[in-house]
Structure formats: C-alpha cells, structure tokens
Ligand binder design. Structure first.
Ligand code: MEV
Length: 448
C-alpha cells in the first residue's frame, strides 16, 4: 500500500485530465499503469458523452458506475409503470418487483400529492427595538419585495408557479436580533433550487436597501439567503390496502396473523428510534434509487425525509399501518422535492432514458412514483422480517457478490447457485463449497 501522505499540490484544477490522473496514480497507487487503465476503462466510449460527464462536476477523472435495474408491474392509480432503480445493494430491485406483483393482484398503489409548496429564507439581523414597527414596515413593503423578483419569476409565473407568499418571522428569542423572511414558492416541474436562491438573494438586497432608506431605527445585516431542503409542505402520500382475507401472502402464516404482525412491526418503528432508523433506511433504499436514476438530489431527499421523520421531536417510522374493520391499510407520507426539468435531467443519457421509461412524468407524477418505490420497498422488507426473516432472500441475492469476490467462473457460479437453492447462504458456506469444487484448501483463495 502506498504512503498516502502526499505533498500539497497547487493548481490541481488547472491540470489537464490526463495530468490529473497521472498525479493520482503516481502518488496513490501501487500499480500506476493498471490504475490508469482502470480509470480510463470507465470512460464512456463516445467522447461527446464523456465530455458531458466531465463537465457535470469539477476535477473529473473518470465515471463511477452504479447498476441501473428496473422493476416492472407497478400499478399506480390504475396506470402501469416500470420503475428504474440506480443502486449498488442487492435485493432492493427484487424486493420492489415482488411488492409490485403482490399489490398488482390487490388493486395496486394509490397516491395523492398532498401539497407542493417549497420554502426558502433570508436570514437577517436587525438591531432595532421596535419589532412592531418592523412588522408593519414589512407588511407595507411586501408587495415590493415580490415585484423586485419579477424579471426572475417571469417564466415560472408563465408556467403557473412563482412566489406564493412572504412572511416575516421574529426569531430574536432564540438568537439576539435574528429575523427571517420566509418565502414560499411553487416551482412547478423543476426542483427549483437555483430559482429559489436567485429570488431570495434579490429579495435580500431589496429588503436591506428598503430598511436602510426607511426611518426605522436599527441596522440590518443579511446573514444568508438560501432555500430550505426541508419541505414539510411538499408532501406525497402512497398507499395500499386490501381485505385482510385477501392477503394470502404465501408463507404459511394466517392472513389475520400477518396483518396484525405487520401492523405491530410498523408500530414498533413508530415508537422505537433504533428500529425506526433501519426501517426508514429500507424505505430510502427505494426512494434514493429512483431519485438517482431520475437525476434528482438524493442528499436533499435524505435530509428532508429524516427531518420529517423527527418532526414531533422523536425519530419515527415514515410509514403507517392499520387494520380496521377487516381491512389492512399501509401508507407512506413523504416530503419530496423533485424536478423533471433542469439540472442533469435533459443532459444525462441514462437519466433521460429513466424519464422516458416512466412516460416523461411531470414533477407531481414523479413524486408519486418515487413514494410508491419507498412504500413497496418497506412492504417487502417488513413482510420478510415478520415471516421468513430477511437473510434468506438477502443472502441469496448477495451470493453472486460473494462468488465474484472469489473470482468464480461462470460454470462454478451456476453450480454453487444450484447448490444453495435449498440451503441457507453464508460467506463461509459459500467459500467452503467453492473450495471443494476447485479442490483447494478452504482459506487459500479467500480475499476479504
Ligand atoms: C437493508 O438495506 C434494509 C432493511 O434492513 C430494512 C428494514 O429492516 O426494514 C432490510
């Protein structure tokens, strides 16, 4: 292993791509030529497509592939979808496909967009004493703040979106002299981050100069103007339901017992944060995969979902379940801010394909599809957990990763997969059977 303590480098960003790669492999790789080839091996075959990728971010030297899988047979509000997933974890796509098929026979998924308002803030300090005077100045000046953004909001307004409202919020009890302008937006089919931030910065300038030009006694300082990725007023609901007697989920457990055990598993994730985190992580397996496949921002989605899960002060499950009057109902409410235009959506060929696969949905439809992917994922995970346990299916899916790690041939893989058809997969059991097939001692070939 190379010593990774390397002298600082000045002007790295100015180096050519080739020079950047050479600097990297010379300084960090034990096998510079192999590493160079590997980095180049992940370049796209078409130079113009590679150029697109090079320009998405800075200091690009190669591409980082994630598998792109699909799960067909999702019926959502009576319409059929094949959903794309970009994720490295085995079992996620299989779980989604399984849930899609299960609910296809029971009426499919139903979804509703509950709200679509996004928000951003101008955080400012004002050291005047007369808060009522500031409030009344704001009320009189609010329309001017909105019209100061007219040039920026023109196109968005033509599409039916724009600024919905601005509120002055006094936070001085939490931090001396701290106030906010909370600005609400409808950004239609774009996630709207650039749009919101441009509006906020314009409003901040206008606000500062209007206070300075007023006879209000007090100094104003803008601290920052930025959208919030927390969007509790941009929420989608995905749900499934069926008569308990129609559950027949096939693992031998009675319908009634399944429904009750499922409800209780969700309840445990509602009241127990240790379980809630893993439970929601499973939901995000589905959500993030579709978010990434459709070129949306998974960091924003994650941050928002977890803040929402903790909105009453305790971290809880994002899904809910009930069994009432013989009906099993399971649903997810999720704040989600996504776009179907802008960003890399019209640039990245795989992202464009993902949108095509979904029938080029608008942002509201995409919110609904993504929420369904999360609900489906959670359904399959909890279904396994309360019946066969998670490892049976998971390790079967993971077996190929283990065999690839052992560098098994295609023929060896086929034989070992066949061997495990009726057995529990574990790393050591896989190594054992692999070694036996090759006729080598058990620990000779194992790479960790
Ligand atoms: C694994 O990625 C996700 C699960 O742990 C989710 C869960 O426990 O609900 C299976």
């Amino acid at each position: 292993m190379k010593n990774t303590s390397v002298d600082p480098i000045k002007g790295f960003s100015k180096l050519s791509k080739q020079a950047k790669m050479e600097w990297l492999v010379q300084n960090f790789s034990d096998e510079p030529n192999e590493s160079l080839q590997m980095l180049q091996g992940y370049w796209h075959a078409l130079p113009e497509v590679q150029k697109l990728h090079d320009e998405f971010i800075e200091n690009t030297v190669s591409n980082y592939y994630l598998p792109f899988g699909v799960a067909p047979n999702f019926q959502i509000n009576q319409k059929m979808y094949t959903i794309p997933f970009a994720i490295e974890e085995s079992s996620v796509v299989a779980a989604a496909a399984k849930a899609a098929n299960f609910w296809l026979d029971r009426g499919g998924f139903k979804t509703t967009v509950l709200s679509t308002t996004k928000v951003g803030h101008v955080h400012f300090i004002w050291d005047g004493q007369d808060h009522a005077a500031l409030s009344s100045f704001f009320s009189n000046y609010k329309d001017n703040l909105i019209s100061s953004t007219d040039e920026i909001t023109k196109n968005m307004r033509a599409r039916g979106g724009g600024i919905l409202d601005i509120e002055l919020i006094d936070k001085s009890e939490l931090e001396t002299d701290y106030f906010q302008l909370a600005v609400k937006f409808d950004t239609r089919d774009s996630m709207g981050a650039n749009f919101i931030n441009s509006c906020l910065e314009t409003i901040a300038k206008e606000w500062q100069s209007s206070i300075e030009a007023s006879d209000l006694a007090g100094n104003v300082q803008i601290v920052m103007s930025i959208l919030s990725n927390y969007t509790p007023e941009c929420v989608v609901r995905a749900e499934v339901s069926c008569a308990v007697e129609d559950i027949n989920e096939g693992s031998g457990i009675s319908n009634k017992e399944f429904a009750e055990k499922f409800r209780r598993a969700i309840r445990i994730a509602q009241i127990e944060p240790y379980r809630a985190v893993t439970h929601n992580k499973g939901i995000m397996n589905g959500i993030d995969s579709v978010i990434i496949a459709t070129g949306n921002d998974f960091r924003a989605t994650e941050a928002c979902a977890h803040a929402y899960a903790a909105r009453d002060g305790q971290y809880r499950s994002l899904t809910n379940a009930e069994v009432v009057d013989g009906t099993f109902r399971f649903w997810l409410d999720l704040p989600l801010s996504v776009g179907t235009v802008g960003g890399i959506i019209s640039l990245h060929p795989m992202v464009k394909f993902a949108h095509e696969l979904l029938g080029n949905p608008d942002a509201e439809e995409l919110m609904q599809i993504i929420a369904v992917a999360g609900l489906a994922q959670n359904f399959s995970a909890v279904r396994s957990l309360i019946t066969s346990g998670i490892q049976k299916g998971h390790m079967k899916m993971h077996l190929l990763n283990i065999l690839n790690q052992l560098e098994a041939t295609e023929d060896e893989k086929a034989q070992i997969v066949e061997y495990f058809k009726d057995k529990v997969v574990s790393f050591s059991a896989a190594v054992e059977i692999f070694s036996k097939l090759r006729g080598i001692p058990v620990d000779q070939k194992v790479k960790k």
